[in-house]
Ligand binder design. Structure first.
Ligand SMILES: Cc1ncc(COP(=O)(O)O)c(C=O)c1O
Length: 309
């Protein structure tokens, strides 16, 4: 990750080094925040934010779940105003920006758990992220099955990006790295495949594309939704269903989808090769189409792009 110059904080653009919180901020101690990760792509019409309205809708829904009031500097922040603030933050940081991280969090100083009446802040950070999984994963990512379970809806709102819930993802990610893998796939509380630490998962087997259904305690990824739509349009059968660890390991292809990782093929899980052990054709075709759409080369999908300028 490369830093940028300005961070949008509660309605003002401040220098990167000045965007600070107190050590007793409620969010720092209890994980009380909701965040997003959004990509910016370079297109012939300049930088465009990919599926901005969908990301903002998920952020606002998460804040509603957490009971956060979206009012900063005396101004109410509805979805449209948030979209504009995000574009302002991108504009303020030049053309290197490829990833935006908005975060609404309880910034007030508080020792107790009670979140009611703790002041809320809203930060929008822009960075240059590049390749999220690292060069090592370019020829196909290696996965382990994590010993950590994907938290379900009884542990918190699985469909919202709540900061504190990501402790499990960081444990699983650490576990993957310590085993020489790039990512970890997490099973849910009934042992079905759920998703990776920051990505959804897809498989191709017996001529069909399968991905865990939303009831499997997954985050309903926006890239997941894009891939389902693109794959169906390309003529593939896509099923949202239950997937076992056996199904996954015996598939012809596996790939992950996420804003940060984009479409990342998987060639090995728990030391076993997936299919031929090389990047598969289906994920490559979908990736190529996704890339054309995100970089503004497909007029029918312009509605997924929010131009910054
Ligand atoms: C746990 C988890 N699953 C899946 C995803 C993929 O979601 P999206 O495609 O909306 O980035 C993310 C990233 O936001 C995530 O954090």
């Amino acid at each position: 990750m490369d830093k940028t110059e300005k961070i949008w904080l509660n309605g003002k653009l401040v220098d990167w080094a000045d965007a600070k919180v107190h050590v007793l901020a409620h969010a720092l101690n209890y994980g009380t925040g909701v965040f997003e990760g959004i990509r910016v792509y370079q297109t012939p019409k300049g930088p465009a934010v990919f599926r901005l309205k969908d990301h903002v809708r998920r952020l606002v829904d998460g804040c509603k779940m957490m009971g956060f009031k979206l009012e900063f500097g005396g101004k109410e922040y509805g979805e449209k105003v948030i979209c504009e603030a995000i574009k302002d933050a991108v504009r303020a940081n030049g053309t290197a920006v490829d990833y935006i991280k908005p975060c609404v969090f309880l910034s007030g100083e508080e020792t107790g758990l009670n979140p009611v009446k703790v002041p809320v802040s809203f930060a929008i950070t822009c960075v240059h992220m590049g390749n999220y999984l690292g060069k090592d994963a370019d020829a196909g990512a290696k996965l382990i099955t994590s010993s950590w379970q994907r938290p379900d809806n009884l542990c918190g709102p699985a469909g919202a990006k709540v900061n504190g819930a990501y402790v499990t993802s960081t444990l699983a990610k650490r576990e993957a790295i310590s085993h020489g893998a790039n990512e970890a796939v997490m099973l849910n509380s009934v042992g079905h495949v759920a998703e990776c630490t920051g990505e959804n998962i897809f498989m191709y087997r017996h001529g069909k594309i399968l991905t865990p259904q939303s009831a499997e305690s997954i985050l309903e990824g926006i890239t997941r939704d894009s891939v389902i739509k693109i794959a169906r349009e390309m003529g593939y059968d896509v099923l949202e269903t239950q997937i076992s660890r056996f199904d996954l390991i015996s598939s012809d292809e596996v790939w992950m989808t996420g804003t940060a990782a984009e479409i990342a093929p998987v060639t090995c899980i728990d030391g076993r090769p997936i299919g031929t052990g090389k990047i598969g054709e289906v994920s490559q075709k979908i990736h190529a189409r996704f890339h054309d759409i995100a970089t503004g080369k497909v007029p029918e999908y312009e509605c997924w792009l929010d131009y910054v300028n």
